[in-house]
Design a protein around this ligand. Structure first.
Ligand code: NOJ
Length: 559
């Protein structure tokens, strides 16, 4: 299939984290009927699609990324009928629906793993996972030296003496993708949800399914950077290839998926969550016969500054163009410190897995200023953009969450050294007057994670229709992006302008001039232009000069 002119190419996708979006039954946990009730809000906001993090049956050891049954909805979130209704309602409103697929591992409560436990060493049931004998006297040491991305060893030993691999929590055993039944099962799961009408799949840990033969020791360090799976601060190198990620063999799996989906529904998109660098490696996942999009984490983790942003945008466009795929852009998700807070940190804020109250706190004004500038730039870039729930309300990270509430397994597995990702997963405030700021419809059940004090004044009811609010900023930007066709446009660098002003990133997309000032000083540019959108009300356009204050983006039209 070609990646041309498909719905996802310029789509703005809104990520819903179901646990924290909207709680319709008042139990303190978001659910699918809550999502359905809020779809009109998302339609009004101006997005094209929603992506829901997992809502399948799960013991919730990793907030649903530990799936016990891929074809059932967890009762916490509702029923299959609720999912069908949500999909139907979204389609009525013209919104596409992307669901999350977790193929690298199952829950230890999945029937396959339970069968493997019961059947014992050497059984065919164990072949579907990665069981090994240990090393050392009596096999008492793990089969290799790999660490879990959540901290601690990547192997757990059973009472019968065998070890099993889990790149994440011990309740998330890795599947053996060399096994034909595993491959067939996921084709069937793709089919199951495609037949229920979904428009796309976000593929969790898409770079992890195939491991290097022999599972060799690795001297690099698997770290939690941004709360997700990156390997070394510098990424893999030829001298130090990462044996658990980005193996060439993974691509044939996605070719088989694409081929299968093409027979069922060619419009269904596959989206890779692959923390792979450099971007030229990421591009391999979106070759025409594989997936359609890959999250651009290089953009998310890029340093604040004109030179680094220009480089990452150039590399992104080149890499994606080289395979004919649409670029994507993202600043926040459920694994990283919300960008409004990340940009407010004195350091880079990347590589940091959550914040404790005792950590240096973000500068809220700086974070908001930079977040708006970054968002307005992102929404003017050609391709598809991802928005994480609540960023349109300017919700900050919960940076002072008391430890007793933390649920991310990374907090426990690192012995409390890492705060984990709970701070970006806090329930959304909808109504400042209601208990839990309207997260739970009409009920006063405590939300599953506590909301920080400032969430109440940021509730949707305080912002929708209120000029100058973050919501209205997103709302207007999304409308103008659509009207001007920016997502489907092309980027042409404004070389001269950037040479004159090294703090600027400036490009044209169609007849819109998009300029971001990364510097600490205002910049005046000679142009006869009118401001179409601005991240800062201090952007001015006089007869022959446009002035951008520090850390601001403007969309301009000449003449
Ligand atoms: C990436 C997901 O986004 C993250 O939340 C999860 O913990 C890991 N993959 C493991 O499934």
């Amino acid at each position: 299939m070609t990646n041309q002119t498909r719905w996802w190419q310029d789509a703005v996708v809104y990520q819903i984290y179901p646990r924290s979006f909207a709680d319709a039954n008042g139990d303190g946990m978001g659910d699918i009927p809550g999502v359905t009730a809020k779809l009109p809000y998302l339609k009004d906001l101006g997005v094209d699609a929603v992506w829901l993090s997992p809502f399948y049956r799960s013991p919730q050891a990793d907030a649903g990324y530990d799936v016990a049954n891929y074809r059932e909805v967890d009762p916490l979130f509702g029923s299959l009928a609720d999912a069908d209704e949500m999909i139907a309602r979204a389609h009525e409103l013209g919104l596409k629906v992307i669901v999350d697929l977790v193929p690298n591992h199952t829950s230890d409560e999945h029937e396959w793993f339970q069968a493997a436990l019961a059947a014992g060493p050497g059984s065919p049931e164990r072949e579907r996972y990665i069981f090994r004998e240990g090393k050392g006297p009596g096999g008492s040491e793990p089969p290799n030296n790999w660490d879990s991305i959540f901290g601690g060893p990547a192997w757990t030993r059973l009472a019968d003496g065998q070890w099993y691999l889990h790149l994440f929590d011990s309740k998330q055993p890795d599947l053996n993708w060399e096994h034909e039944e595993v491959r067939q099962e996921f084709l069937d799961i793709l089919e199951f949800w495609t037949r229920r009408g979904v428009d796309g799949f976000r593929i969790d840990v898409a770079h992890g399914l195939v491991k290097a033969p022999g599972l060799p020791d690795w001297e690099g360090k698997v770290i939690m950077a941004e709360g997700a799976e990156r390997n070394t601060p510098d990424g893999p190198t030829a001298q130090n290839p990462v044996p658990m990620f980005d193996q060439d063999g993974v691509h044939e799996i996605y070719r088989a998926w694409r081929a299968h989906l093409d027979t069922l529904s060619p419009e269904v998109a596959l989206i890779a969550e692959a923390w792979v660098e450099p971007l030229s490696r990421l591009a391999l996942y979106v070759r025409p016969d594989e997936m359609q999009q890959a999250f651009n984490f290089s953009y998310l983790t890029a340093d604040w500054g004109a030179a680094s942003m220009r480089t990452v945008i150039t590399d992104s466009l080149e890499s994606m163009n080289s395979v004919g795929a649409a670029p994507t852009w993202v600043l926040s998700n459920h694994d990283v410190i919300r960008h409004i807070s990340r940009f407010g940190l004195a350091g880079k804020g990347r590589g940091q897995n959550g914040l404790f109250a005792s950590d240096p706190q973000p500068d809220a004004a700086r974070g908001r200023r930079r977040a708006k500038a970054a968002t307005l730039q992102m929404l003017a870039l050609p391709g598809s953009a991802y928005i994480y729930q609540g960023e349109e309300l300017g919700l900050p990270e919960h940076t002072r969450m008391p430890d007793e509430f933390r649920q991310d397994p990374a907090f426990e597995r690192t012995g409390g050294a890492e705060a984990g990702r709970d701070g970006c997963r806090v329930p959304i405030p909808w109504d400042s007057q209601q208990p839990a700021a309207g997260f739970s419809f009409g009920a006063d059940a405590a939300p599953w994670l506590p909301q920080p004090e400032e969430y109440r004044e940021l509730a949707a009811d305080q912002q929708v229709g209120v000029p100058g609010s973050m919501y209205e900023f997103y709302h207007a930007a999304l409308r103008i992006r659509r009207e001007l066709g920016l997502g489907g446009g092309e980027l042409a660098w404004e070389e001269e302008l950037m040479q004159q002003h090294p703090d600027l990133v400036a490009f044209e997309n169609g007849d819109v001039l998009v300029v971001t000032n990364y510097g600490a000083e205002p910049v005046g540019i000679r142009a006869r232009a009118r401001v179409v959108a601005a991240s800062d009300s201090a952007v001015t356009a006089a007869a022959e000069e446009v002035v951008l204050p520090a850390e601001a983006t403007a969309w301009l039209r000449r003449g």
